[in-house]
Each structure stands twice: as C-alpha cells, then as structure tokens.
Design a protein around this ligand. Structure first.
Ligand code: SAM
Length: 345
C-alpha cells in the first residue's frame, strides 16, 4: 500500500501541516525562479519573443519559501522557465539546504531543468546541497530532439548534462518526456532502451493544455495505456508499488529487473485527489493548481512589509481554497491565463 513520506508523518504528529478544504496535506512546493528559457520547444512556446514576468531577488524567494517551510512543506522543487539561467542558483541551493523542516530535518531539494547548462553546473549544485534533478528530454534521437527544442546542437549538450548529473550523484536521475502524437511518439521504445542503457528513470508525461499556442487536442495526447502496451511489447513490464500516496507517476519495472519507467497521466488518469502540491510563480504569486484561474499575490505582501507570521497565515488561508481537481477535456474547460513556461512546470 502507498504511504506518506516520513517527514510528512512527522509534521502530522506535531500537529503542524498545510491542508486544503478537501482534506489533502500539502507538503510539496514548486518554485519558478525565472520564466526565461533558452529553449523554444514547439509544444510549449509559440516561437515568438514572448514577454516575461518579473523575477524576484534570491533573498525574496528564500523568505517566501521559508514561510511555506514553516507550515510543513518538506519538499521544494526549483523550476522555471529554465532555472539554470539564474547565476545565483548554487548560492540559493546552499541557503535552502541550510533550512530545516518542521521536524528539524533537511528539505528534499530537487530541480527540473532542460539540461542545456547542466554539464558544468551538476557538480557545483550537488556540492551546494541539491538532492535530485529531473531533466526534460523529449526525444532520444538528435534530429527529433532539435526539431522540438529549435536549438541546434542541443541533444549532445543535454546528453552530456545528464551524464554529468549522474556522475555527480544527483540521483535517482529522472528524464521527463512529454509525448505528442505525430511529433515524438516514435521515441517511446527508444526511450525505454535509453533509460536502461543510461541508468536513468524515463518518465512519459501526457501533454496538457498549457501551451502558449493552440496545439492541444484530445487526439494529440498519447494515453498511458498505449505507452505501457507499446513498451511491454518489446520489453516486458511489471507495475511497481507507489512509494508515496501523492506520487504523480505510475511506476513500472522491466521484468528482467533492469531499470524503471514512470508514466504521468494527468489527462487520462488524473491524480488530483492525491495532489500534495502548491506552486509559486517567478513573480511571487501562489497558484494552488496548474489550472487555477486565479493567483494569490504573496510577494505583494512581502513588499508591503508584513511579518513571516502574516505570510504564513496568508499561505494557510490560500491553500485552504485549493481546487478539488482540474477539468481538462470537459465542456467549458478554460486554459489558465499563463502557459506552462510562465507558471513553472
Ligand atoms: N526548463 C525546465 C525544463 O525544461 O524542464 C523547467 C520548466 S519546463 C516548463 C518543465 C516541464 O514541463 C518540462 O518537462 C516540459 O516538458 C513540461 N511541459 C511543458 N509544457 C507542457 C505541457 N503542455 N504538458 C505537459 N508537460 C509540459
């Protein structure tokens, strides 16, 4: 049976935790530290020069994150945009690694990146206290990859980044691949082989309606069932038990015991009922769901000079109103006003 993580159990036993009105415990914070990106992935960006939201200073992110941690957040994932574009990232990781969770433990610190700058940064980030990294890679074939990122030479760079991260001990190393029918669904079996050869966990993600343009349709989504069937035909799979009740990915091991894949299926197998996440945008707004129609201005309160206690009270009230679920594919579904790159994936 799936269980909740030890640090969450500990927060619960101390009676301090962040909950919503649907009874979910929120212990996972995703923070976008920039919405700039050095890639223009075709399914994410519309290719035009898009405008950007303001970024905060490192100390401001740290104050906001500290307020969440004071309410029971035990896992922080930095994302963007492309988080490696921030030059102060190693320093920020060092500061976060020094924060303590409510039970006195260390934060679980993770990062999501496109890997373009990872070769040089993997070692310094590990030394600064980063635990894990997830690299986004939407193809294992260089030509398909670069058609998606629209950056020549990007495949080799990311591959070197992945290997540097593994060598630095930023493990388990996960590689996220968003699948779109007709774009990169030819890569499914290749990804499974790549994961085994490189000693990484390949995770396939169903495409969500969060792009800048208008690409999403139910037909373009490659559903979990199809991914499992296709890989299973060439490399038999066995479903693995979830490690944590709020785990987003369904995990499958290869029957010969070598390697693992994960499938994140927010469209065909929504996991909102077990959601433990809340997001902070690069300009300091709280988003209680990827698909929220409203944002809550935490940074505005910081700028107005409120205390950490008042920030915590505001966060706790805001999280109470977290949406029950998303409505992808339902009549009347509304895309959020920000796309994925500006929210923080
Ligand atoms: N630049 C970093 C990266 O590439 O990982 C972090 C930000 S990026 C927005 C985070 C993740 O969101 C990437 O894995 C990306 O593929 C994924 N993503 C972007 N648009 C998406 C969409 N519409 N549906 C599902 N995943 C998406």
């Amino acid at each position: 049976m799936a269980s909740i993580s030890p640090s969450t159990v500990s927060s619960l036993s101390r009676g301090a935790w962040l909950t919503d009105s649907h009874g979910r415990i929120i212990h996972d914070l995703r923070v976008s530290i920039t919405d700039r990106c050095n890639y223009k992935c075709v399914y994410c960006r519309d290719g035009e020069n898009s405008s950007h939201y303001p970024e905060l200073g490192m100390d401001e992110y740290l104050r906001l994150i500290e307020a969440f941690v004071g309410l029971g957040i035990s896992k922080v994932r930095l994302t963007g945009g492309e988080p490696l574009l921030r030059r102060d990232l190693p320093e920020m990781i060092r500061e976060l690694a020094g924060m303590r969770t409510l039970d006195g433990g260390r934060l679980d610190l993770a990062l999501t990146t496109n890997g373009h700058l990872l070769e040089d940064l993997a070692g310094p980030l590990k030394a600064a206290g980063l635990n894990r990294v997830t690299v986004s890679m939407d193809a294992v074939d260089a030509e398909t990859f670069e058609r998606i990122t629209r950056v020549p030479g990007s495949f080799e760079r990311v591959l070197r980044g992945v290997r540097a991260a593994r060598a630095a001990g930023l493990t388990p190393l996960k590689i996220n691949c968003v699948l779109l029918r007709g774009f990169n669904d030819s890569q499914i079996e290749g990804f499974a082989r790549f994961a085994r050869a490189e000693g990484v966990v390949a995770r396939f993600i169903e495409f969500m309606p969060l792009e800048e343009g208008r690409l999403w349709s139910p037909e373009i989504v490659v559903p979990m069932r199809e991914i499992v069937e296709r890989i299973g035909r060439v490399l038999p799979l066995e479903e693995l038990e979830a490690r944590d009740a709020s785990e987003t990915a369904r995990r499958f091991g290869f029957a010969d015991g070598v390697g693992e894949i994960g499938i994140i299926a927010p469209v065909t197998q929504a996991f909102c009922g077990a959601c433990s996440r809340v997001r902070l945008t690069s300009d300091g707004k709280i988003r209680t769901c990827l698909f929220s129609q409203i944002e809550h201005d935490l940074y505005g309160r910081l700028r107005a000079g409120v205390s950490q206690e008042e920030l915590r009270a505001y966060i706790a009230r805001t999280v109470q109103g977290k949406e029950a679920r998303h409505h992808i594919g339902e009549p009347g579904f509304l895309k959020p006003s920000r796309s994925m790159v500006h929210i923080g994936g």
